[in-house]
Design a protein around this ligand. Structure first.
Ligand code: GLN
Length: 494
């Protein structure tokens, strides 16, 4: 049985349902791929081959008994280590949570298991999902399976969902969960030549997902193509009374309604995204995307999102502010690490635990967040950022009176080398320039692979949609996918 690890969600489920291969064979093949790549790529923090096999055995038994099979039946997936998994270490890639085994399961992961998926392991990420390269993980960075030609320099897999992007692109998993606060599904998907969608804020429950910035955090699927993303998102989404910001709406039939026909649709091209000094390959890929959507029948409309230039600074005030509050709970009392120096009091324990447990980027964000929320600076920074956030959201509302979806690049460049940007946080933050506006506005946005740049590395195109219109986003993305004909994949060196 060869080639099982080349299959995506739809093909695996179909093969299992048709009896072409068993779910156990699929899980075994992916478990082997995971084990083989672990040292070189470091995509997983823990692997759980037994969980993948256990879920597969259940699917095989259900099939033999003639029971109905779920939409993810027989599909082993990687789970970003930001989702609490019952009895399986959940760390957010931070030392402060090392050894933490939740006594509960996140809503999203539970829904995936209920749909018949199995777990290959917990995927590495930037610590507390703060980063764009995976270098802030306390468990060592993930290495992208992609390389520049004749160059063995390790490249960033994107972040924070870099374990997810690597696992899917290196064929260690047919799909993986991601979370996106300011681009962490879309940018790693773009860096590794895969697809990923961040749904409308509130579509996927945040219950049991380690919180970074609660008004922005949203889970979504990362997979090999648009159809697989639609299938997996349907399994992940849905109202959850345990999350007060969960959308109380039925989950649409995104997969059944997929169509790459863009006739009658208007696609907005935001002029503010055409930055001075934009990478020529990124600009060309964007132009290709415009031509493809035109070819699919869409009308192209020039639009303006005037507050775009304030999105990054706004994000880097609001996200750290919320993070500083969310991360206050890690105090050495309730979770994971406890550092209690001899003779120390409670305050000393808090300080020692947090000093030892949080990495430098997390500490930077806590300090920025605490500063912008402090009595003296709250109005100058936090209140101001909230106002600008409203203006950014209003830009989109106005634009969507004219167009159905917006097309933009996902990231300003292809994957950079590990170490290239880690010394300068501002340069790293600039990587999020095209992804944070949709996050601040809570809108669905997807990245699909669109081509290779001059270095032979993948570039992604981003489709941003109206709130609740994942279907429009998926359909425009499908139209792009059908025309991009992106078949490149990393040559195996691990
Ligand atoms: N790169 C962004 C950050 O560091 C986005 C992270 C995310 O979406 N989780 O905040």
């Amino acid at each position: 049985m060869t080639g099982l690890t080349d299959l995506g969600i739809a093909a695996i489920r179909k093969g299992v349902v048709d009896g072409e291969f068993s779910a156990t064979e699929v899980a075994t093949a992916f478990n082997a791929a995971v084990a083989e790549a672990q040292v070189a790529l470091n995509a997983f923090i823990v692997t759980t081959p037994e969980k993948a096999l256990e879920a597969a055995a259940k699917v095989d038994a259900d099939r033999a008994a003639g029971k109905p099979l779920g939409t993810m039946a027989g599909v082993p997936i990687g789970m970003k280590d930001l989702f609490a998994t019952h009895g399986v270490q959940t760390t957010a890639a931070s030392k402060i949570l090392e050894g933490f085994k939740p006594q509960y399961e996140s809503t999203v992961s539970q829904k995936l298991w209920d749909a018949g998926a199995g777990m290959l392991g917990k995927l590495n990420l930037d610590q507390f999902a703060m980063g764009s390269s995976n270098e802030t993980s306390a468990f060592g960075n993930v290495v992208s399976p992609w390389r520049r030609p004749n160059d063995t320099a390790p490249l960033a897999p994107g972040g924070s969902s870099g374990g997810s992007s690597t696992a899917v692109s290196a064929r260690l998993a047919p799909a993986a969960t991601g979370t996106d606060t300011g681009g962490s599904i879309r940018q790693p998907a773009a860096f590794t030549g895969i697809s990923g969608i961040k749904p409308t804020y509130g579509r996927c429950s945040r219950w049991g997902v380690v919180a970074f910035a609660s008004s922005l955090d949203q889970a979504g699927p990362m997979a090999r193509d648009v159809t697989d993303c639609a299938i997996m998102l349907e399994a992940m989404a849905g109202f959850d009374p345990k999350d007060s910001t969960s959308l109380n709406l039925p989950v649409p039939e995104w997969t059944a309604n997929l169509s790459g026909d863009m006739k009658g649709k208007k696609v907005g091209i935001p002029r503010e995204y055409r930055l001075d000094g934009i990478d020529p390959d990124v600009a060309k890929t964007w132009d290709d995307g415009i031509a493809w959507l035109k070819d699919a029948g869409a009308e192209i409309v020039d639009i303006s999102l005037p507050h775009t230039k304030y999105a990054l600074p706004t994000y880097y005030i609001i996200a750290p502010a919320e993070a500083s509050s969310n991360l206050a709970r890690y105090d050495g009392v309730r979770y994971g690490l406890r550092d209690l120096p001899d003779g120390a009091g409670l305050q000393d324990m808090y300080a020692a635990t947090r000093a030892a447990g949080f990495g430098p980027e997390v500490k930077r964000r806590i300090m920025i967040g605490t500063y912008v929320l402090s009595a003296g600076f709250y109005d100058a920074y936090y209140t101001q950022a909230q106002k600008v956030r409203a203006l950014i959201a209003r830009d989109f509302t106005e634009a969507f009176k004219l167009v159905d979806v917006i097309l933009a690049p996902t990231a300003p460049s292809s994957a950079f080398a590990l170490g290239e940007k880690s010394a300068d946080p501002l340069e790293m933050y600039l990587n999020d320039v095209f992804s944070v506006p949709a996050s601040l506005a809570g809108l669905p946005a997807m990245s699909v692979p669109a081509g290779l740049d001059r270095l032979g590395l993948p570039l992604g195109l981003q489709v941003i949609g109206k709130a609740f219109d994942e279907q429009g986003v998926l359909n425009a993305s499908l139209a792009l996918e059908q025309r991009a004909q992106f078949t490149a994949r990393p040559a195996k060196w691990w």
